[in-house]
Ligand binder design. Structure first.
Ligand code: GDP
Ligand code: IMO
Ligand code: MG
Length: 425
């Protein structure tokens, strides 16, 4: 049975949530493997809009079990809020949502440190984080002073671990102008969260191994995108985890040999929220127009997203580092009205044309994109059901993307609703 990974192929917000929700109806397990409540995955169905931050996007399919894997960093307060929000719209997470006992916990001091550090950075050094405590929580995980979900169930050990972590966290909070935290400020709150979350916390690694052995259909849901990957993204303007396919294995305990499909999701254009290089960014009215038509405002922070043309140099790089063997192109409809559309096919760096993605962030800031221009189709693609029904200009545009990247097109999305999707054979 397939073990499919759904990955953001750009800087996040490609429409992963919609695609995961759509694929969930045939999936036994949907598993988040990294990131935390920095993610905002929007689902639209039955005329309703719902944004998920931590709970996997399969939660509204009754037959699907949702797993938050060990690679995720979990804010227990946010998770409890999200469980209630999901419940309010009619889905019951109890018994269907399982949380890894080894996933790390985001504590209030991680959020305080994330925000204090961002505030203390000069304008050029600001990353533009979501302020959700993601970076500091992963720092504590790596420094081996983090708390894991299982620790929330043991008050004595939790007290010792929080006290130890606060020894240096308070020095840093003080240094960056944040308010210091006492163990008692957080301990009781975390004990209460632990009690409420107890029924959900389990050994998900074992669960997923059993699922693999009984040939279940598994879908691994990435957050963020390949270009925000800690190792392979536009460092330091990245998130602190591995959204790429390797992260799907370390973040769940599912081995690389079990993965059958690696599906990259890209928009028909490109967006980025937060700081860092973005070669094909449009700084003009057209960028603002795409933002308006595409509704490009952060699903987590509400910040306006930076908009530009699709960048195939970056997309091919994302395809390579992930081993993508399927591509989904979303938000094609946003370009419907344009007279012409462009795709970035190379960069000019110091007078030379290059077709590889530079790993030096300063070089990436300096490159000039080289475009191929296509005639716009200037007709609505919304609701189209087959590839052949697309205007030829749109077909040419889609074919050019896939042939450059060398990955077959699997799905096209022409609207936010599940029904507005075309599957290709
Ligand atoms: P994610 O983080 O990758 O799940 O993406 P977000 O939910 O942050 O952002 C994608 C936005 O685009 C959401 O508002 C979706 O409802 C919307 N969306 C997804 N696919 C399409 C599409 O094909 N067309 C349009 N117009 N909107 C889409
Ligand atoms: P989804 O899953 C887009 C960006 C932030 C910032 C950088 C680091 O919805 O695609 P962090 O809070 O992670 O330390 O911030 O990463 N970022 C995202 N951008 N979509 C996301 O998630 C993002 N999650 C983080 O804006 O630039
Ligand atoms: Mg998002």
């Amino acid at each position: 049975m397939p073990v499919r990974v759904v990955i953001g192929a750009q800087w996040g917000d490609e429409g992963k949530g919609k695609i995961v929700a759509l694929l969930s109806n045939k999936t036994n397990y949907v598993v988040r493997y990294q990131g935390g409540a920095n993610a905002g995955h929007t689902l639209k169905f039955d005329g309703k809009t719902f944004v998920l931050h931590l709970i996997p996007s399969g939660i509204f399919h009754e037959g699907t079990t949702c797993v938050i894997g060990n690679g995720v960093v979990i804010d227990p307060i946010k998770l409890l809020e999200e469980i209630e929000a999901v419940r309010k719209v009619g889905a019951e997470p109890m018994g269907r949502l399982l949380v890894s006992e080894t996933a790390h916990v985001i504590l209030p001091y991680h959020k305080a440190l994330d925000q204090a550090r961002e505030n203390a950075r000069s304008e050029v050094l600001k990353i533009g984080t979501t302020g959700r405590g993601i970076g500091p929580a992963y720092v504590h995980k790596t420094a081996r002073i983090g708390l894991r979900m299982m620790d929330l169930l043991d008050a004595k050990s939790m007290r010792e671990k929080i006290e130890y972590a606060l020894d240096d966290t308070n020095v840093l909070l003080d240094l960056h102008g944040g308010e210091t935290v006492q163990t008692s400020d957080v301990l009781q709150q975390m004990i209460e969260c632990g009690e409420k979350l107890r029924p959900y916390i389990t050994n998900t690694t074992q669960l997923l191994h059993e699922a693999l052995e009984s040939d279940k259909d598994i879908l691994l849901e990435g957050a963020q995108g390949a270009l925000l990957d800690l190792d392979h993204g536009t460092y330091p303007f990245v998130t602190s985890s591995s959204p790429t396919s390797g992260g799907a294995c370390t973040g769940t305990g599912i081995p690389p040999t079990a993965l059958t499909h690696v599906m990259g999701i890209t928009k028909a254009y490109c967006t980025r929220v937060g700081n860092g290089p973005f070669p094909t960014e449009l700084h003009d009215d057209l960028g603002a127009e795409i933002r308006k038509i595409g509704g490009e405002f952060g699903a987590t922070t509400g910040r306006p997203r930076r908009c530009g043309w699709i960048d195939l140099v970056a997309l091919k790089y994302a395809a390579r580092i992930n081993g993508m063997n399927e591509l989904t192109i979303t938000k094609l409809d946003v370009l419907d009205h344009l007279e012409e559309v462009k795709i970035g096919v190379a960069y000019k760096l110091d007078g030379k044309i290059i077709t590889h993605f530079p790993l030096n962030t300063n070089d990436l800031e300096r490159v000039e994109p080289v475009y191929e221009t296509f005639k716009g189709w200037q007709t609505s693609t919304n609701g189209i059901k087959t590839f052949e029904e697309f205007p030829t200009q749109a077909q040419d545009f889609l074919n050019a993307i896939c042939s450059y990247v060398g990955v077959p097109l699997k799905m096209i999305s022409t609207g936010p609703d599940r029904s507005e999707t075309i599957r290709l054979n």
